[in-house]
Write a protein that binds this ligand. Sequence first.
Ligand code: GLY
Length: 372
Amino acid sequence: MSIRRISVRSSAGTYTVVCGAGALSTAGKMIAALGRFTSTHVLSSPRVWRAVGKKTMRGLGTALRPRLHFFDDAEASKNLRTVEEVARSLTRAGADRRSLLVAVGGGVVGDVAGFVAASYLRGVALVHVPTTLVAQTDSSIGGKTGVNIPEGKNLIGAFYPAKLVLTDPLMLRTLPPREFRGGMAEVIKYGIIADTRLFAFLERNLEKALARDPEILSHLIMSCVEIKATVVSKDERESGLREILNFGHTFGHALESVTRYSRYQHGEAVAWGMMAAALLGHEIGLTPAEDACRIVALVRRLGALPPWPSVSPAKLIATMRSDKKSRGGNLRFVLSPKIGKAITQDDVPIPTLKSVLHFAPRLRGCCAATHD
Ligand code: GLY
């Protein structure tokens, strides 16, 4: 298995994602190549650190002598209070403008660390060591950082890319199954929006991927990182192309919101959302029936999802309109004209959307699996 270096362009310069089994063992050398830092500070959560702390310390090497800072990485802790606590902890540990912050964890750790790095002393260098499938394939790349406020998720944030991302699939061995499966939903998303060969590979290998076969996983993660790197290099600020990464998310965010973020792991809501987006695409005459069926069939192989909520289509539509990504209440969907391609669609007829939402709870049991 190889390690690849994938470049990402950003307004702050180009950075590298080192990707592959063993990437973490290059940490000391890769960080040294970034320059000299007055001190190194690792931000993680006690839960993550129990699982990967030793491995991470070995990868960083003894020369950096990092100081450790922890916070509980539950979504409920992704707030400004945590940002303040981390900043105070950094100050107490003597972090200055030329210190390095290393985020070791999943999306919550990465988002908080990114925002702290963007704002502490108006910006310190950041390295991501993502430890979940979603963080490895998505949130560690592209510079989005942020925290929640009671009015909504990620409403306070900044674009602040890392100087380096170390993506090591070996870190995923201890990831809880639901989190892993949620990440795999986002992997399927990449196939749908950008890579028909990746989608077909998943059709052949999904069960092996879910069993965390190292070769399969490495290949999948590298493919997703390549896609994400290409997309955000072309459109860092989400003024166009980057929106395709939100396939399944208009529905998914609404499902999460109406269930108060307590029913679904994010990827599970996206899994439902992708099936609904396939159906919506088909209903407006964009997605061919065969492609819609293949999407639904593959997503279903992820396994049982928490059920669709018993709320009316009207309530779900109202929730979608209040999403921060909707522009002035206009609904925008990402839909697929064929597997491997995605476009944004603003003018979806509401009666069609309503009938898709009526039907969506049954998507769990409609299409026969088309593989093998
Ligand atoms: N996760 C979507 C994005 O990075 O734009």
